[in-house]
Design a protein around this ligand. Structure first.
Ligand code: NAI
Ligand code: MG
Length: 485
């Protein structure tokens, strides 16, 4: 059995308790590797390593230039290993190989971006009166605990590690239990890139046994989390105990809004891409498709027709547009929403398991129409290829339905009328809004949600801000005694 080890204090280690757990290929349901099953002891060991690396040794003396170069070297290495990394990612997560290759390129770009940004972190001179000089210094927040999901495994690791390292923090990263392999592969190169031991630690384990102790640990200064809203709430409560800084990215139920004057062909493509890319396992999935009444039936018909032609297949085949879901648990969850949808709305495409594919966690791209926005399939995050199509009468109704959700991660609006499109952009309560597109994501631009989609922003200069403290320094320029007594 192919065994991967964790990465703690620059060493490749097993769990102290000696336990392992299996990692699967979701297209065959077969075990492809085993990884250590970390518990609180291992978390403590990793946090101690990160704490020590932050407080003493070479890391606090490392210049911003050196930190930047480490990230640039890592980016170069990832580009060199891109094909092998993409294959491993595709095999472990079920995502199509072509998408995995895009992800790996984005991983490298993310490390490059923060490699460059490391030397652009600026302090500030504050315009105070009197004989004083007032400065704001920017300093790393300390030890960061980072917990990530399985839908974009190495990319989510990059979004967390790159800004933290650029800022001078140290990290304990816990990949999702379903998809730890690419992060562990990358861990093997960290020392060669010039990263001192203990700066980046990667532990493998389950949420309750490895994630929760990391969140509780008093020596961790900040938690960055991407995952479900349910776990986000637990993290926020637990972090309160030691007043940790917390950033949360909790997914959503994002509206993709189509007005009658949108380019029809582009709109149909955008609706399908928005909800079915990466098997619909996307935090910003356009899972509520709002369509203006006057084009509604034509739109549903065209969308259904095209959805039936989406190529499901094994992830490593280049023609595959949709692979299996990541795990048995996620498969069962999505299947149950497909069944629920049949009671709540009208099924027009998919609705089950694809015929003839009896191994692997495959589900059909599924479209429900005439969905009421209060239905569970319109309110709850499904995180699979299930679309809820909802008609609207006019602009005001589109905005009302779009915002009628506890979430607020993303939204998109399609129209050729710039007045209308921008009015809607301003009225939407969401952290990311696309116009005439859905899903493109750039490392230069902020990413994060409103409402119960969480708080904090990743990527761009916003991303590094979350790993920085601000120290106010007052320098007295008046040599006379204060004369207070
Ligand atoms: P999850 O939120 O349970 O898992 C995400 C990460 O959190 C994993 O690394 C997991 O080990 C960790 N975790 C779980 N419980 C924890 C705890 N008590 N303390 C600390 N860490 C913990 O997500 P799961 O169960 O894999 O998926 C369930 C649903 O969550 C999905 O169907 C989807 O709706 C949503 N989800 C949203 C994501 C997003 O990108 N916003 C990503 C993954 C899931
Ligand atoms: Mg869970």
């Amino acid at each position: 059995m192919n065994r991967y080890r964790m990465h703690i204090n620059g060493e490749s280690v097993e769990a102290q308790g000696g336990a392992w757990f299996p990692v699967y290929d979701p297209s065959t349901e077969e075990i492809i590797a085993e990884v250590p099953d970390a518990d609180e002891h291992d978390v403590n060991r990793a946090v101690q390593a990160a704490r020590a690396a932050f407080d003493s040794g070479p890391w606090p003396q490392t210049t911003a230039q050196e930190r930047g170069r480490i990230l640039l070297r890592l980016a170069e290495r990832i580009r060199k290993e891109l094909a092998a990394l993409a294959e491993l990612e595709s095999r472990n997560s079920g995502k199509p190989i072509v998408e995995a290759e895009y992800d790996m390129a984005d991983v490298a770009t993310c490390f490059e971006y923060y490699g460059g940004l490391a030397t652009k972190v600026m302090g500030h001179v504050n315009p105070v009166p009197d004989n004083a000089l007032s400065l704001s210094l920017r300093e790393p927040v300390g030890v960061a605990g980072q917990i990530i999901p399985w839908n974009y495994p190495l990319l989510m690791a990059a979004w967390k590690l790159a800004p933290a390292v650029a800022a001078g923090c140290t990290c304990v990263l816990k990949p999702a239990e379903q998809t730890p392999l690419t992060a562990l592969e990358m861990a093997r190169w960290l020392a060669d890139m010039g990263l001192p031991p203990g700066v980046v630690n990667i532990i493998t384990g389950f949420g309750e046994t490895a994630g929760a102790p990391l969140v509780r640990h008093p020596e961790v200064n900040k938690i960055a989390f991407t995952g479900s809203a349910a776990v986000g709430k637990l993290i926020l409560k637990s972090a309160a105990e030691s007043i940790k800084r917390v950033t949360l990215e909790l997914g959503g139920k994002s509206p993709n809004i189509f007005f009658a004057d949108a380019d029809f062909e582009a709109a149909i493509d955008g609706a399908l891409f928005g909800v079915f890319i990466n098997q619909g396992e996307v935090c910003s999935a356009g899972s509520r498709i709002l369509v203006e009444r006057s084009i509604y039936s034509h739109f549903v018909e065209a969308m259904t027709e095209k959805a039936k032609r989406i190529k499901l297949g094994t992830p490593l085949q280049r023609e595959t547009k949709m692979g299996p879901l990541v795990s048995k648990e996620q498969y069962e969850r999505v299947r149950s929403y497909q069944e629920l949808g049949k009671q709540e709305a009208r099924l027009v495409a998919g609705g089950g398991r694809p015929a003839g594919m009896d191994k692997g966690y495959y589900v059909e791209p599924t479209i429900f129409c005439d969905v009421d926005n209060s239905a569970r399939i319109a309110q709850e995050e499904i995180f699979g290829p299930v679309a809820a199509v909802i008609p609207f009468q006019n602009e005001a109704e589109a905005i009302r339905i779009a915002n009628d959700t506890p979430y607020g991660l993303a939204a998109a609006v399609w129209s050729r009328d710039i007045f209308k499109a921008f009015r809607v952009v301003k009225a939407l309560r969401a952290g990311i809004v696309w116009v005439n597109h859905m899903q493109p994501t750039y490392v230069e631009a902020p990413w994060g949600g409103y409402k119960q989609s969480g708080f904090g922003r990743e990527l761009g200069p916003w991303g590094i801000e979350e790993y920085l403290e601000t120290k106010q320094v007052h320098i007295n320029l008046n040599e006379q005694p204060i004369g207070w007594y």
